[in-house]
Design a protein around this ligand. Structure first.
Ligand code: SF4
Length: 353
């Protein structure tokens, strides 16, 4: 699928901000109002005794809810919240901040026009040493904790994955990095990077209090974040994925970033290390509309999960994910998928999705 073409479910067909109406700020304002109205409607219909807790809407939750709503609802508090740092989860955060530190030293500090190409492992090791001395971000505190615990294996895997992140990022984007590109980091002390934007928290007029946060966590911004909307939000992936997943990711991030920043960006850029792709999705109305559907559906599923159980598996979507789903022994569609004729061929699984 071309990044300029999107195919997907569009159950919501209400009014939507036109690409030309109101400019980037006006479109974001209309988007905020539209999403807030839809959330109000959902929260207003919540059962009186239901307690959904705080609802965090990020890309992982959106992908899970879209993949199999039944599995997402069943994942519970452990599945909905941040699972805690791990080498795989920390790779991007460590890679970004280590690259930002390299830029601080070689670009900002000495105003060099041709900064030295970073040696990825050296950049990560240098940052880890600094982080252990003065941890200034949650991921730096986690690295410090690993050091105190003597968990050298976890440190080594984290360094390895972060090294791969930097190498892939530089491979796709080139060096020096494109003009106007600024990394997004949690660390407040980096002059060549910026901090992320707080999540969008809609103010619902419903008498029911449900705290909802819609967040977007880009790896970098390209251009100046200004009311003109002439900036891109950039997300880097180590691995490629199918085109539909990439288009869904672009749609969600376009909407989440617009909601959080209050300005519709010019485009969402997805870079992929293993294929070297740089996919640019202009933020057209259909992309925002699909992203809004994905975000709202996370809330819908979380609210439904908090209500009295009914037909838990009516909207289950069987796929290869059934093999490791916690519901695979009780979910009828999942059980049927796992034991279906022809699933195995010559003793090996036949993977059809
Ligand atoms: S077993 Fe499959 S269909 Fe059922 S909830 Fe899990 S992933 Fe969804």
């Amino acid at each position: 699928m071309s990044p300029h073409v999107f195919e997907g479910k569009r159950p919501h067909t209400g009014d939507f901000p036109s690409k030309t109406a109101g400019g980037a700020v006006g479109r974001a304002d209309l988007l905020r109002r539209g999403v807030t109205e839809r959330l109000e409607e959902l929260v207003g219909g919540l059962a009186a005794d239901a307690d959904p807790g705080d609802v965090y809407v990020g890309w992982v939750a959106a992908a899970d809810a879209a993949g199999c709503p039944a599995r997402f609802r069943a994942s519970g508090v452990d599945g909905w919240g941040f699972p805690g740092w791990s080498p795989a989860l920390a790779a991007g955060a460590v890679g970004r901040v280590a690259l930002a530190r390299h830029l601080d030293r070689h670009v900002t500090a000495v105003a060099a026009s041709n900064p030295a190409l970073p040696h990825p492992l050296a950049a990560v090791k240098t940052w880890m040493k600094e982080a252990r001395e003065t941890p200034t971000s949650p991921v730096a505190e986690w690295v410090t904790q690993l050091t105190r615990q003597g968990d050298r294996a976890a440190l080594a895997v984290t360094a390895s994955l972060a090294t791969r992140w930097i190498a892939g990022f530089v491979r796709v984007l080139g060096w020096p990095l494109p003009e106007g590109l600024v990394l997004v980091v949690d660390d407040p002390g980096s002059p060549s990077a910026r901090r992320g934007t707080p999540a969008f928290r809609p103010r619902l007029s419903s008498t029911r209090r449900v705290a909802i946060a819609v967040a977007s966590k880009p790896d970098a911004m390209v251009g100046t974040v200004a009311p003109s909307g002439r900036f891109d939000v950039l997300f880097h992936r180590a691995n490629s994925s199918d085109d539909l997943t990439l288009a869904e990711r672009a749609a969600f991030e376009a909407t989440a970033a617009s909601l959080a920043i209050g300005i519709v960006p010019r485009a969402v850029v997805l870079t992929v290390a293993d294929t070297g792709e740089r996919l640019r999705f202009p933020v057209a109305d259909d992309l925002l509309e699909r992203g809004a559907d994905l975000a709202v559906d996370v809330v819908r599923q979380r609210l439904r999960a908090s209500e009295v159980a009914g037909d838990e598996y009516g909207d289950a979507v069987p796929s290869s994910a059934c093999r490791y789903c916690s519901e695979r022994e009780t979910c009828p569609p999942g059980v049927a998928w796992l034991i279906r004729p022809g699933r195995r061929h010559n003793g090996l699984p036949v993977l059809t999705s």
